[in-house]
Write a protein that binds this ligand. Structure first.
Ligand code: TXA
Ligand code: MG
Length: 317
């Protein structure tokens, strides 16, 4: 059943037998397998062509599974999970010895989250286990946000859950109990101010800090579309389209420039981002314009993080 859409029952039966299937989450589609099946885990790395040093996120559906996966003795862990789960927040904690170190790439920490998509939650519950699931794309390529994106690129069965509502990957938050610090390893739609509101609301005296690029899989070239994609850095508010295209033509004379327009609303732009990158036609070059009026407020930080990693170059005009 490769390269086809499957039902929830079929996905469940495949995963229970140690196979893998693409599943929807609210962020991006994941390539899921049972954490207790070493064949499934190895298959995930093989299908994605992902190096074994890049660890996987484990998805759970019941709060009690946190204890099965991680070791912690601070109340903040369950409080964070009660507040943000199900949702696009991944927590990095010390792992239980029973979790295979293949999943965590030899690290004694594990990344876990409860996804906010009803089909994903139902599937995890029915398997009675937890599912390791990286984004369902080839290593370093753009994450899929629709079933069609996977069917076009990988030979795996897909559980279709529609368009992912968030559109970019979860925020990764590492918990350092001894320093009472929370480090954001990968920005996402849950930003530092959401975490600060949580801390205030719960009267917890912890710090939040950015530590982007320190997750093992945070490479400079990531989320890449199949055609070149560049960022135009402009000091002008609205650079003339003809001038922008002329500049691009100097570097890429044989390609048709196509602008990916930034929207006013970050949430809508994030939802469409990977789809727009994937839609760029074969002989084109995609670009976004960054200028002083588009300085990121918190909502745009994860989007610029992905755009920078997806881009092949920056051009100044
Ligand atoms: O929204 C998401 O997080 C999606 C959906 C499917 O849940 N998953 C996802 O997985 O983006 P992936 O594998 O594409 O990205 C996971 C990131 C990688 O950069 C990996 O290095 C990091 O999480 N990660 C996994 N385990 C970690 C750990 N123990 N410590 C630090 N980073 C970890
Ligand atoms: Mg990924």
């Amino acid at each position: 059943m490769l390269n086809t859409k499957i039902s929830l029952e079929q996905a469940c039966s495949i995963i229970k037998k140690g196979g893998v299937a693409a599943i929807p989450t609210e962020t991006v589609y994941g390539l899921a397998g049972d954490i207790y099946s070493s064949t499934a885990i190895k298959q995930i790395f093989q299908i994605k062509k992902r190096p074994f040093f890049d660890p996987l996120i484990v998805h759970f559906a019941f709060k009690k599974q946190l204890k099965e996966l991680c070791q912690y003795d601070t109340p903040i862990v369950e409080k964070l999970s009660d507040y943000f789960h199900p949702g696009p927040l991944t927590l990095v904690l010390r792992k239980k010895p029973s979790v295979s170190s293949l999943i965590t790439a030899g690290s004694n920490t594990i990344a876990v989250r409860m996804p906010g998509h009803p089909l994903a939650l139902e599937l995890i519950k029915r398997t009675g286990s937890c599912l390791a699931a990286p984004s369902a794309n080839l290593f370093s390529k753009a994450s899929p946000t629709r079933a069609e994106h996977i069917l076009q690129s990988l030979k795996i069965p897909v559980l279709d859950g529609g368009v992912c509502q968030v559109g970019i990957e979860s925020t990764i938050l590492k918990i350092h109990p001894s320093q009472k610090t929370l480090s954001i390893l990968r920005p996402g739609v849950i930003g530092p101010s959401d975490i600060e509101s949580f801390l205030k609301n719960q009267k917890l005296n912890w710090k939040v800090q950015y530590q982007n690029s320190s997750a093992p899989g945070q490479f400079q070239n990531h989320y890449q579309p199949d055609v070149p994609f560049i960022i135009i850095q402009s000091s002008r508010e609205n650079p003339a389209p003809a001038a922008v295209e002329e500049k691009i033509k100097q570097y890429y004379p044989d390609r048709k420039p196509i602008e990916i327009n930034l929207k006013n609303n970050a949430a809508i732009f994030a939802r469409e981002l990977y789809h727009n990158l994937r839609q760029l036609p074969e002989k084109s070059i995609g670009y976004v314009i960054n200028n002083t009026s588009r300085r990121p407020n918190e909502d745009w930080i994860p989007i610029w993080d992905r755009l920078k990693k997806a881009s092949t170059a920056e051009v100044y005009i």
